[in-house]
Ligand binder design. Sequence first.
Ligand SMILES: Cc1cc2nc3c(=O)[nH]c(=O)nc-3n(C[C@H](O)[C@H](O)[C@H](O)COP(=O)(O)O)c2cc1C
Length: 285
Amino acid sequence: MESPPSQSVSNLIQLRSSWRSCTGQAIAADKLKLLDNYVNSKTEGIGGDKVRFELVAARAEDSEELRGLGTYGFIRGASGFIVGAVDKQIDNLEDYGYLMEDIILFATGLGLATCWLGGSFRKDNFSSRINIQPHEIVPAVVSVGLPADNRNVIDRIIRNVAGSKNRKEWETLFFESDFQTPLKRESAGKYAQVLDMVRLSPSASNKQPWRYALDENQVHLFLQRTPGYRKPNFFCDLQRIDMGISMYHFDSVCKELNVGGQWTNQKLSSTFPKNWEYIISWDAD
Ligand SMILES: Cc1cc2nc3c(=O)[nH]c(=O)nc-3n(C[C@H](O)[C@H](O)[C@H](O)COP(=O)(O)O)c2cc1C
């Protein structure tokens, strides 16, 4: 197989959904090689911090071992997992989300099924598969496989519980420069389609904790935490991974639409709602 037919990132974003029901068959060698090369090429986040990813257990002879990797039965018939490690000392969970989502959309373009796993996977098994170092953690993994024609019962139950099909209304996610007035789509100008695609981002338990505020020449990203959601020492801070995922949707669609700009830390403080945490800003060209 040649390189995958190029599809616009907006198409891939609309095509992707978490798919937990796979056939168990091995991914064709040529597709696998493309994916493996892509996974290995993602080594540096937006801030320049190192992240490493590996595609594990995706070969036919691995299938027995693969079953032992452990997803508590949430994922059926995956033929591989994308596993990454980050340095605990460097605060780079956004980078992890950003780079992994880039990989997921590439896999989507290859016709593969994927699902983020932040809670329902056995950390010890995955950590040993990528030879984790004492200073590193595996924050989350992604299953990959050939999609079954239909979602199985477990998949359908999880989607129902998380309300995966739904997204919050535009006006509750996006705001004007005063951080309070809901942003109307018709006032978002060149960012309207960009924010449409941000809204389709996957997030842990579909909590959608991203809040974007449109300033004159900047777009600021904040995290509105879901009360009681963070469970330190058990899960990592999954909502910061969610931030990185939405950043990938934001800037890849900006590139597609020729909306120039770059991420900068404006160190905003205090002028925004108390239950928001400032993450980063998009500085328009
Ligand atoms: C960081 C992160 C962690 C997730 N962890 C799990 C998980 O442990 N188990 C699971 O079945 N789905 C998990 N999901 C998938 C979400 O439930 C899913 O993205 C959300 O319900 C929206 O559905 P969609 O991806 O089909 O658009 C996770 C998603 C993200 C972004």
